[in-house]
Design a binder for this molecule. Structure first.
Ligand SMILES: *Cc1c(COP(=O)(O)O)cnc(C)c1O
Length: 489
């Protein structure tokens, strides 16, 4: 049987099977149960169209007989199975992240803890989302998670919305629409390609008043700019880039003091917003939310799926009078989040409350892996690959020093030393090998560095190592099969 979809179909258009003939094959019938008959019929049509075009473009040489119907059907089925495999691959499922980027925005940011996953499952049915079990009446939405946030940040109250962009938009719409927002020129940043501070401000109806210069802004600059029309003093953590060298900015306590002296609120968009100090991991430039609150910030917003390591969410925490205003704003109804998100967030936050965040929350666990642990895991995996003759015969396998990244626009420029398993082969390019690793039902996402495929075990879960090994083996076996076939007489 021809199972190589690349091989040219040789035959005449008359030898092509009908759509129904293909649909009657066991493979197609099973896939129709999986994806629906319409989708599979469409797939069969497009495979047959492609096969017909191929045959017409390159007919068998004159004098040669067509390969005949059974051979053409085999070739069509090989193409159909390949298309089916891609359909399965592309449905949104799990991928193995071997990039070493812990908060990978393109790979869904923070992977959830086992407890958070369980909580989502438990909350999938009916839950007391807006129900007070004490009184039997309607209660506040998502209060469990919000109480935990207040406890952990030392703030009076908290509110959860869809994401941090939504949180910032809600705060600015409620507190600054129609007025001016004073912000340092060095903080007018773009985050993640679509969150631009000036655009969010404009959309919320607030007017931007820049103060200072890109690298240096002093308290006196703020003081001079604040006037009758000022509605809010804003600081945005420039998450994904860093100004280094001759720089200056007032402290949060100074800015809060100035805002309060002028009868204004001080709002900080912290972005990643660590709930605990992460300077022992080298992440000392990440704002720590409880510290911002104790320094006098009236409102702080941050993401649920960055350094917090939870589900996508936007968290607002701060003074109760302000949080209550946000909750009453009609926009809150538009931006609110779901019961499953509250459940996952509450489970994640409870790890901080119990002091188990660094062992139970995957992002924090990955970022706090020691070099010894990384070395042990990289060397063990390299050894596993080297002791498999089918792999060792085709690939050079090495362990090389490299750097992981926090990702998610957090802590740019912070090098996280790691050890990488580097793979290269004579028969396969790095691009081709990386493509084969992705072309699986559970795709493996790797990086390429200096012409080699590099795997960073930091972001690969312990129970994924077997699958990762299998992915490398099958990526290589395509070559050995080709080689073996060529050797046949
Ligand atoms: C990431 C980030 C945002 C956007 O957060 P989302 O949760 O992706 O909406 C907003 N502000 C800052 C400072 C950020 O770092």
């Amino acid at each position: 049987m021809n199972d190589d979809p690349q091989e040219h179909i040789s035959g005449s258009p008359r030898d092509l099977p009908s759509v129904d003939e293909v649909l009657r094959t066991p493979e197609a019938a099973a896939s129709a149960a999986e994806f629906g008959l319409d989708r599979i019929t469409e797939l069969v049509r497009s495979v047959l169209d492609g096969a017909r075009a191929e045959i017409i473009e390159k007919p068998p040489s004159p004098g040669l007989r067509s390969a005949g119907r059974p051979a053409v059907l085999d070739a069509v089925m090989a193409r159909f199975n390949d298309a089916l495999r891609k359909l399965r691959r592309d449905r949104s499922g799990r991928v193995i992240n071997a990039t070493g980027v812990a908060i990978h925005t393109n790979l869904g940011r923070a992977p959830l803890s086992a407890e958070a996953v369980e909580a989502i499952s438990a909350a999938s049915g009916y839950t007391p989302l807006e129900f007070d079990l004490e009184t039997g009446r309607r209660g506040p939405r998502g209060s469990g998670a919000e109480l935990l946030i207040s406890d952990l940040t030392g703030a009076e109250a908290a509110l959860v919305v869809n994401n941090c962009a939504a949180a910032a938009f809600l705060v600015l719409s409620e507190l600054a629409a129609g007025g001016e927002v004073v912000i340092s020129r060095g903080e007018l940043v773009e985050i993640g390609g679509d969150f631009r501070v000036p655009d969010v401000l404009a959309a919320s109806g607030a007017v931007l008043r820049e103060v200072g210069t890109t690298n240096r802004t002093k308290l006196a600059d703020y003081e001079r700019t604040i006037g009758d029309r000022t509605a809010l003093v804003l600081r945005v953590h420039p998450s994904n880039y860093r100004i280094v060298g001759f720089t200056a900015a007032p402290s949060d306590a100074e800015l809060a003091g100035l805002a309060h002296a002028k009868g204004l609120s001080y709002y900080v968009d912290a972005g990643s917003g660590a709930l605990v100090d992460l300077s022992h991991l080298g992440l000392d430039s990440e704002p720590v939310v409880p510290r911002l609150i104790s320094d006098g910030a009236d409102l702080v917003t941050f993401s649920g799926d960055k350094l917090l390591g939870g589900p996508q969410a936007g968290i607002v925490t701060g003074r109760r009078v302000l949080i209550d205003r946000l909750r009453k704003n009609p926009l809150y109804r538009v931006l609110r989040t779901s019961k499953t998100v509250y459940a996952a967030l509450e489970a994640t936050l409870s790890n901080f409350a119990r002091g188990t965040a660094f062992s139970e929350i995957p992002v924090l666990r990955m970022l706090s892996m020691t070099e010894e642990e990384l070395s042990r895991r990289a060397n063990a995996f390299a050894k596993m690959l080297s002791t498999e003759p089918a792999i060792a015969g085709q690939l050079r396998i090495g362990v090389v020093p490299g750097a992981s990244a926090v990702g998610g626009g957090s802590a740019p420029g912070v090098p996280l030393a790691t050890l990488l398993v580097a793979l290269s082969g004579d028969r396969v390019s790095a691009d081709e090998l990386a493509a084969r690793l992705r072309d699986r039902e559970t795709p493996v996402i790797a990086r390429i560095a200096e012409g080699r495929v590099v795997l960073d075990l930091r972001t690969v879960f312990e129970d994924e190592v077997g699958e990762l090994f299998e992915a490398v083996r099958s990526a290589i076996s395509r070559d050995s099969k080709g080689a073996a076939m060529k050797q046949m007489p």
